[in-house]
Design a binder for this molecule. Structure first.
Ligand code: URA
Ligand code: CA
Length: 433
């Protein structure tokens, strides 16, 4: 076999065989196919697409490029969720402890933030001592003890994706549904959970800018999951404003803690309950959504959810006194309120702009090696549908970067759009089974 022939075949819009796709991934990972040839191949895939079978073979070859994490020793139903990346999206930190407290095993490998989107690993590291560098064996041991662990990707999970993702990023071939689906699903399947819910974001802060492309990606990922024998469902949710009220790292952790303590409600909690109820029904521990949500609410009100969060923090070497008393989190030296220049109902808040402002204040990275200020960020006091008077406080910024303050304030003000009438916000757009 010869990779030039494979490029030629895809250029002519022909269907590739499993052997050809396997040959591509195996030899690319070995370093035997140069990036320039793979770049040409990716562009051919971008224009001529892969069908479901080709996408399945690609995903399978990518998984086989590295190790799998064996969770068979962990008793019980193992569940996982994945979000395609949002702003103020702390669902994992709310959902994980909730599911662990109803007896499901929440086994999650998370990522770091890049660009305008946050990452769960960075958020968890805002808790002093918290260790995300945990190997496969210890991951299994922690899961057996407490039903929950959230760790970084272990070393050799889907090495093909690391190479391909970097190349896609540099060749404008990220936004192809087959390439996105194989990238996400390969990492999820390599981790041996029983059930998976995908939260596909749509809107100005998301990968998928419109509903039809979000539906296409969701259906493809659900079908792929099923081909691998994994119980998989997806929900499509709006990113026309940041999900939670907090955007940053420690400030998002505090919001999650407040939800788990029963002190906070809102869209972040709504999505966590919805995904939680889906996984409970999928794993047969609840009959319907209403019943499941009632059980989850009880875990918040009787204190078991926050206890689970503390247990997770302790088992991963974090200081759980910060969970009892969130005033212990360090305060930024610059804290500034932003007031509205307009009167009206908030119509939308451009999530991507809020994400960029938060990054520039120190909460995110411009490049991989940047060191984060884990206490920097933005708190939104007004969200879509809220009435605001001119001069009223809409947001507060937290930072150490004096020279970024003015630009961030301008960006945040511009991100808000107002209307005379109250807008309804459709948070859950579609569910894909
Ligand atoms: N997230 C991933 O892991 N891969 C993609 O291709 C897109 C989003
Ligand atoms: Ca505006």
């Amino acid at each position: 076999m010869n990779f030039l022939d494979i490029i030629q075949k895809k250029k002519e819009n022909k269907i590739l065989s499993e052997e050809e796709i396997k040959y591509f991934i195996e030899n690319y990972v070995k370093g035997e196919i140069p990036d320039y040839q793979v770049s040409a191949f990716l562009m051919a895939v971008y224009f001529n697409k892969l069908n479901l079978d080709e996408t399945y073979y690609l995903t399978k070859a990518m998984i086989d490029s590295g190790d799998r994490v064996d969770l068979s020793e962990v008793p019980g139903s193992k569940v996982d969720k994945h979000s395609t990346g949002g702003v103020g999206d702390t669902v994992t930190l709310v959902l994980g402890p909730l599911l662990a407290s109803v007896g499901l095993v929440f086994a999650k490998m998370s990522g770091r933030g890049l660009g305008h989107t946050g990452g769960t690993l960075d958020k968890l590291e805002a808790i002093p001592g918290f260790n995300i560098n945990i190997g496969g064996k210890e991951f299994v041991e922690i899961l057996k003890k407490s039903n929950i662990a959230v760790i970084g990707q272990t070393e050799n999970i889907v090495p093909a994706d690391k190479l391909l993702y970097a190349l896609r990023d540099a060749t404008a071939t990220v936004d192809n549904v087959s390439l996105i689906a194989s990238s996400i699903l390969s990492k999820k399947i390599a981790l041996g959970t029983d059930a998976l819910v995908l939260d596909v974001k749509v809107g100005n802060g998301a990968f998928m800018k419109d509903v039809p492309s979000a539906i296409e990606l969701s259906k493809l990922m659900v079908n792929l999951g099923k081909k691998f024998g994994r119980n998989t469902k997806a929900i499509i949710t709006s990113m026309n404003e940041p999900l939670g009220d907090a955007i940053g790292n420690s400030i998002e952790v505090i919001e999650a803690i407040n939800i788990l303590k029963g002190k906070k409600s809102g869209h972040l909690k709504d999505i966590a309950l919805r995904i939680g109820s889906k996984l409970m029904i999928m794993e047969g521990i609840s009959k319907n959504e209403e019943e499941a949500i009632k059980v989850l609410e009880e875990k918040i009100s009787d204190g078991s959810a926050i206890e689970k969060f503390k247990e997770m923090v302790e088992l991963q070497a974090g200081d759980s006194s910060y969970i009892d008393d969130t005033d212990k989190f360090k305060k930024s030296s610059i804290i500034k309120d932003i007031v509205s220049e307009e009167t009206g109902f908030v119509k939308s808040i451009e999530a991507i702009e809020i994400g960029i402002a938060s990054r520039d204040l120190g909460a995110g990275r411009h490049k991989k090696s940047d060191v984060l200020d884990l206490n920097a960020g933005i708190y939104l006091h007004k969200k879509v549908g809220d009435y605001v008077e001119k001069g009223e406080k809409i947001a507060t910024i937290y930072t150490e970067k004096e020279n970024e303050v003015e630009a961030a304030i301008e960006r945040i003000k511009k991100a808000y759009d107002f209307s005379e009438k109250k807008e309804t916000y459709k948070l859950i757009i579609e569910e894909i089974d």
